[in-house]
Design a protein around this ligand. Structure first.
Ligand code: F6R
Length: 585
């Protein structure tokens, strides 16, 4: 987590640091800080806070570092914000220094005083401890002692130099017309660079004025190839919407369409899928819900053993021989630490791996056997909406491919069906009843989302959306499971949102709705069946075959969460405690 930026060139650094940090805010936004020519400004809050800097900082100094934080060690505060300072040394850091307590103990005995609760401060003092007029040497020596994951950029007030190092946390160095740029992510600097260098683990970069040189951990110079720069990074624009989230919800249909249209014939090489006896989908959060949809589709159509795994739960010793298995990792960012760790484990046990990512040149893309892109376009709001729809779109395509290989009739991605699907997704985002439901939801502290089969996936995703951006407590439950415990929580006026879109589960679901109504629950039902009457509020969804309904039913629920969040005066794009890219386990 956290975003790092650096600049060394012939223009005022502030502009580059600020712009870069704005683009990196998806990595965390609880506090922000910069250091330009040795002067540190830091504060609690979003990157915009930096506008408060006085014009001296804004206009002077042509080298500096910056950081936007997602707290892991120590609360969001001025003291814990980066850069961290030790003597003339300032550093910004992304990752976790696992042995910071040991380092702190040793350095405290040597007279260093620690003022923050962060792990980063230990690294700053350690670099200072080794600093004898050579910044690179000091960083090299310190890194030999650091354990954990880190990307660090260090600067020394006395020198016009930056030193960058990477271990398990991404760091990019680029050269452009106005100088050298550094960032945790290509998209933060691509438009300013003609050449980009992606640091590998254990590599260092020394930026000395306009010169960039690279070294390994033994201080041996290395030659790095510049990557081609894709300048076509989308601009950070809300295109007339007040929030990214609203814009992105409205791009749902386009996102599925672009994704599916991008998959040409044999896009997924048939040879790659030969000999696969089982499939494991693996991801976190919203992307995990997409995995559950993939599993249901494959079970329904292809009928080979298929599982969906929460990446953070996939750990040794719960592993086996996966040499005849395919692991499908779904990740919007391609940077999620738990998903990457699960990938490492799947590879260790012999699996073939397929990564489904939305952001280009991600870490997951680097390591997977094969990569398939979702084409949702850049997603900025922390809560995933259009990327989720694109992931569901991928699942349709993937099932179709497997059916093709196994001679199973399947028309999931038939043009006629897909055209109806795109229209239905659009229509589902414009339903006026969502507004009234948002009004009702505003007055609730708790909500329960119920569904069976594929509807449980929608319930889970709808519940996650609501809780993450409105802070209303909500739970998703498989409707049939409720009476095994959770039904005890249902009382008069408890808010229940039920989904009924799967024909074969109609009768059972109607029964489950009766059970909660009998305990006084206030139920709103999402369904496409106009002949279903459960004696509760009903929101009629566009009517498509059941198998497509997860892509339709989720859209009004995304709208619902958005409307409630706005009505509560919250920042739906940047909910508290969260970050778009979760790069720590
Ligand atoms: C919720 C949300 C998260 C992500 C999860 C995985 O709205 O966006 O639950 O889905 O953190 O992120 P990626 O897909 O980048 O691996």
């Amino acid at each position: 987590m956290c975003g790092i930026i650096g600049y060394c060139g012939n223009s005022a650094a502030f502009k580059f640091l600020y712009e870069g940090l704005k683009r990196l805010e998806y990595r965390g936004y609880d506090s922000v800080g910069i250091c330009i020519d040795g002067k540190v400004v830091k504060m609690k809050g979003h990157v915009d806070q930096l506008n408060k800097c006085d014009s001296k900082i804004k206009n002077s100094g042509n080298f500096g570092i910056g950081h936007t934080r997602w707290a892991t060690h120590g609360a969001p505060s001025y003291i814990n914000a980066h850069p961290h300072t030790s003597g003339y040394i300032n550093i910004v850091h992304n990752g976790i220094i696992e042995n910071y307590k040991e380092i702190k103990e040793v350095l405290t005995k040597k007279g260093y005083s620690f003022i923050s609760q962060t792990d980063t401060e230990a690294a700053a003092h350690l670099i200072n401890y080794y600093y004898k007029d050579d910044l690179k040497e000091a960083v090299l020596k310190a890194c030999k002692e650091l354990k954990g994951s880190y990307a660090i950029v260090a600067m020394c007030e006395k020198k016009n130099q930056l030193v960058a190092v990477r271990n398990e946390s991404p760091l990019i160095v680029g050269r452009g017309k106005e100088g050298v740029h550094l960032a945790s992510d290509i998209s933060a600097i691509a438009d300013k660079c003609d050449e980009l260098f992606v640091l590998d683990n254990g590599e260092f970069a020394l930026i000395n004025g306009a010169e960039i040189s690279f070294f390994d951990i033994f201080d041996k110079p290395i030659i790095k190839q510049a990557e081609t720069v894709d300048k076509d990074y989308e601009s950070v624009s809300k295109e007339g919407y007040d929030t990214f989230m609203e814009k992105e919800i409205n791009e749902g249909a386009k996102s599925v369409k672009n994704t599916l249209e991008g998959y040409r014939d044999k896009y997924l090489p048939p040879k790659f899928l030969e000999g696969i006896k089982s499939i494991y989908f693996c991801a976190c959060g919203t992307a995990y819900h997409a995995c559950c949809y993939g599993k249901k589709l494959i079970e329904r159509y292809v009928k080979i053993p298929c599982f969906s795994l929460i990446a953070s739960e996939f750990k040794e010793p719960y592993t086996t021989d996966y040499s005849q298995s395919l692991f499908v990792f779904i990740s919007q960012s391609g940077e999620t630490a738990d998903t990457l760790a699960a990938h490492t484990l799947a590879k260790k046990y012999g699996a073939k791996t397929l990564a489904v990512t939305n952001v280009s040149k991600s870490s997951l893309e680097d390591v997977a056997d094969i990569v398939i892109k979702t084409r949702a376009g850049r997603e900025y709001a922390v809560a995933s909406t259009k990327a989720y729809l694109a992931q569901l779109g991928f699942c349709l395509y993937f099932t179709q491919v497997l059916c093709g290989l196994n001679n199973i009739p399947c028309d999931l991605t038939a043009e006629e069906n897909l055209n109806k699907l795109y229209k239905a997704i659009d229509a589902a985002g414009k339903m006026s009843q969502t507004q009234s439901l948002a009004q009702i939801m505003l007055n609730n502290e708790h909500a329960y989302f119920l569904g069976r089969g594929m509807d449980f996936i929608t319930a889970s995703e709808a519940s996650l959306k609501l809780k993450e951006i409105t802070y209303i407590h909500s739970e998703a439950y498989p409707a049939g499971e409720l009476k095994h415990g959770t039904l005890a929580l249902i009382e008069k006026d408890t808010k229940v949102i039920a989904f009924l879109t799967q024909s074969e589960l109609k009768e059972k679901m109607i029964g489950n709705i009766s059970e909660v109504k009998a305990r006084g629950a206030f139920v709103t039902l999402f369904t496409q069946f106009d002949n279903v009457d459960c004696g509760c509020d009903k929101i009629l969804l566009p009517d498509l075959p059941d198998v497509y309904m997860p892509l339709i039913a989720i859209v009004p629920c995304q709208q619902l969460a958005f409307l409630v969040s706005v009505a509560k005066g919250l920042d739906c794009d940047k909910p508290r405690n969260l970050a778009k890219s979760v790069t720590v386990q």
